[in-house]
Ligand binder design. Structure first.
Ligand code: PAF
Length: 284
């Protein structure tokens, strides 16, 4: 596995990989890799001869009060894991390579970014869209894999790739979970033992709400019950528990087509997100 840190080196490396006419898949990450990322790598390997993984903790998607400085960084062990998993190249640029002096562009994707994390984290999705567009422009992959764990991010990237004619296939990969159901996340490393034990309330509340809504329970009351269950379990605050259309992410008040149940809540200092499908068997 080659590691690139400068754009010129990356471009030469990508030209060499593409020389045999083979496909390149990109897996963008912020490092602190876990089994969820490895599921993205495995999917990328099924879809392309060469897999490129980027590791870049992108400052522009963190608000000043968020965890940019504390975000776990462990490139050496990440690189070893990627090598073991058949990755062809690691793209690990520094902040000044990605945002040189004078950088002044930003991509705003409307629609799907308007509620949920778009409302709770102003500027976050502009930061993600801009860095992902840059990664796409740098690596020029045929296909890129993203986790369904960040479902709104995935919807936004699909929209951006379509709207901007990027010609890149965007693949969503189902969320990997711990045995008790907690979604894998680099941020789980922040949880104390007690918080980790309580955090399982998040997938449980989503699972119970999805089951109730699929059985015909009123959506608003069910979402309120899920919020209350999180607070009872020890979450300090709930940003949202929302039922949304699976494609447009518009709020849903009656289950008539495939929907997604999404939640964001804080336990101690850690903000966790999760989501699951609801009514997946309904006609879309
Ligand atoms: O999902 C992530 O890890 C990040 O938001 C991404 C897509 C790598 C952009 O920084």
């Amino acid at each position: 596995m080659q590691t690139f840190r400068e754009i010129d080196e990356l471009r030469a490396g990508m030209t060499a990989l593409r020389a045999g006419g083979e496909r390149i898949a990109l897996v963008p990450t912020m490092g602190a890799l876990h089994a969820g990322h490895m599921a993205l790598v495995a999917e990328a390997r099924r879809r392309a001869a060469h897999v490129v993984v980027s590791i870049f903790v992108n400052p522009t998607q963190f608000a000043p009060n968020e965890d940019f400085d504390a975000y776990p960084r462990r490139e050496a062990s990440d690189a070893a894991l990627l090598r073991e998993n058949g990755v062809s190249a690691l793209w690990a640029p520094g902040v000044t390579v990605m945002y040189p002096q004078g950088f002044a562009s930003s991509i705003h994707v409307g629609g799907v970014t308007e509620g949920l994390d778009g409302a709770a984290r102003p500027g976050h999705f502009e930061g993600v869209a801009t860095v992902v567009a840059k990664l796409f422009g740098q690596v020029k992959p045929d296909v890129a894999c993203f986790g369904e764990k960040d479902y709104q991010q995935l919807a936004m990237i699909r929209r951006m790739a379509t709207d901007l004619d990027m010609g890149i296939e965007i693949v969503g990969v189902p969320t990997e979970r711990e045995a008790d159901g907690l979604a894998l996340s680099s941020r789980n490393a922040y949880l104390s033992a007690d918080e980790r034990a309580r955090a399982v309330a998040l997938p449980r509340a989503l699972g119970a709400a999805a089951k109730a809504i699929e059985a015909g329970a009123a959506v608003d009351a069910t979402l309120a019950d899920a919020r209350a269950a999180l607070i009872t379990a020890g979450f300090g605050s709930v940003d949202y528990v929302a039922l949304c259309d699976a494609d447009s992410l518009a709020p849903v008040t009656r289950l008539e087509r495939p929907a997604r149940l999404l939640a964001a809540a804080r336990i101690g200092a850690t903000r966790l997100i999760d989501n699951i499908p609801v009514g997946a068997g309904l006609a879309s």
